[in-house]
Design a protein around this ligand. Structure first.
Ligand code: PLP
Length: 466
């Protein structure tokens, strides 16, 4: 493609993007295609010769777009949101154009130093300890894996990195509500799934410190070292917050690494009224939250903070001749701060977002969502036919249709069908979980453009499809 053609197509695409964002509400939120519909339209072999851009873009619109679920649609309430925003998209265009691979400082000094500064900015915005060191990871799953590996290496004084596992036995603790990425990390890091202890939760779905202490004591008595405890602020099913201060104290008592996963809830730390959920966070050894979920920044951007930078670097450091540089002692070479060598220039979109919205714009974004969730909760309670199944402490409402005349098994079917009818309508997209065995519908109000009118529309849909 000639640069003159690129210029022309880029203008055309930007117009398409602006139209898409303007008309987003006209699309069905969840894609309506059936399995195999898309692949059946794609040629089995690559083209032998290059095709015209007009043809590629036509197929994007005709073949690909029907198979897209619209994550930025204001009526997307499923899972957790994956916020995007215009300044973030613009930064991503520049990132793609620059095409920089930012593995070490000299492969793009601006990328390394902007990342360092953006992590300082995020720490200030969220009230994190100033002495922590931050790095952008691709996902929270990777960050939690890094935490386990660093905990492992710190405890064994880097013996496992050198010699592999010996006879030592470890246990890792989360709650029954901890995200599945912990289980994945436990497997990948070589502990084996049997090393994972799922600690019971209280009425609010928060980890019970007394149960944690008891589990640790049982393990110690059996000769198993309590390596790491993972607490969550904003659990995936119900946004519960584990009591960080009490858990941190237990970790200190038994010498366990304390990792806090706030992949979703972490963005709420920008609000003073949400800070109590993070009480005790300063006791953590490592912390992750995802601006790519709820802070207007395109996927992928996961902010990982550690207290002990040296322990992190020693765990991941490699020094082949071809990566040595004269500035190694003076700069951050982020290749040594996690698993991958190659890295995208992710700090740019964060810079564009934080400067475009400012602290007050981001606070308003989060505060509006929390208010909409409470509005939705109150409306469901006022209706009288719905049950709220978990405390609403952020912007997620867990509920079910629960008229008195239906038995438990019938409620399960009624709610699954209710959700599917709404999702099938294309007018909203909800997802579900299970809380204390009950089929639970989740509505997360985290979209950049969601307004009270959309919440009213969702309430109307629920009544219409009962
Ligand atoms: N932790 C929590 C609490 C989550 O809710 C999620 C995803 O929703 C994750 C971790 C995994 O996030 P990622 O997709 O960034 O790995």
């Amino acid at each position: 493609m000639q640069i003159s053609e690129f210029r022309q197509h880029a203008h055309q695409l930007v117009d398409w993007m602006a139209d898409y964002l303007t008309n987003l509400e006209q699309y069905p939120v969840r894609s309506t295609v059936q399995p195999g519909d898309i692949i059946g339209q794609l040629p089995a072999s690559p083209p032998a010769t290059g095709e015209a851009f007009a043809d590629i873009f036509r197929d994007f619109q005709q073949v690909i777009m029907p198979g897209m679920t619209h994550w930025q649609h204001p009526a997307f309430y499923a899972y957790f949101p994956a916020n995007s925003s215009p300044p973030s998209v613009l930064a991503e265009m520049l990132t793609a154009t620059l095409g920089a691979q930012c593995m070490i400082w000299q492969t793009s000094p601006a990328a390394a130093e902007l990342e360092e500064r953006m992590m300082h900015w995020l720490a200030q915005l969220c009230g994190l300890p100033a002495a922590w060191h931050g790095v952008i990871q691709d996902t929270a799953s990777t960050a939690t894996l890094c935490a386990l590996l660093t905990a492992r290496e710190r405890w064994t004084n880097h013996r496992i990195n050198e010699w592999g596992f010996g006879t030592e036995k470890f246990a890792i603790y989360g709650s029954t509500e901890t995200h599945s990425s912990l289980e994945k990390a436990v497997k990948i890091a070589g502990f084996g799934r049997q090393a994972l202890r799922k600690i019971a939760v209280d009425q609010a779905f928060a980890l019970r410190p007394d149960e944690l202490a008891a589990a640790i004591q049982r393990d110690i008595a059996a000769g198993i070292h309590p390596l790491c405890v993972v607490a969550t602020v904003g659990t995936t099913s119900s946004t519960a917050a584990d009591p960080l201060r009490a858990i941190g104290a237990i970790c200190q008592q038994y010498g366990a690494w304390f990792h806090v996963d706030a992949a979703y809830g972490g963005s709420a730390a920008v609000l003073p009224e949400c800070r109590p959920l993070f009480d005790g966070l300063e006791l953590a050894d490592s912390y992750v939250f995802n601006p790519h979920k709820w802070m207007l920044t395109n996927f992928d951007c996961s902010a990982y903070f550690v207290r002990d930078k040296a322990a992190l670097l020693r765990t991941f450091e490699i020094m082949p001749e071809y990566l040595k540089t004269a500035t190694d002692e003076q700069v951050n070479n982020y290749r040594d701060w996690g698993v991958p060598l190659g890295r995208r220039f992710r700090a740019l979109k964060l810079w564009f977002v934080l400067r475009s919205y400012g602290a007050d714009g981001i606070q308003a974004h989060i505060r509006r969502h929390n208010r909409l969730a409470r509005y939705f909760e109150q409306a469901l309670l006022a209706d009288g036919r719905f049950e709220i199944l978990a405390p609403v402490n952020l912007n997620l409402v867990c509920f079910r249709y629960a008229p008195g005349h239906l038995a438990e098994a019938e409620l399960e079917v009624a709610n699954a069908q209710l959700m599917e009818r709404i999702n099938h309508s294309g007018q909203a997209f909800l997802s579900h979980t299970r809380l204390r065995g009950k089929y639970t519908i989740r509505a997360a109000f985290g979209q950049p453009t969601v307004e009270q009118s959309h919440v009213d529309q969702l309430l109307g849909l629920l009544r219409e499809h009962l």
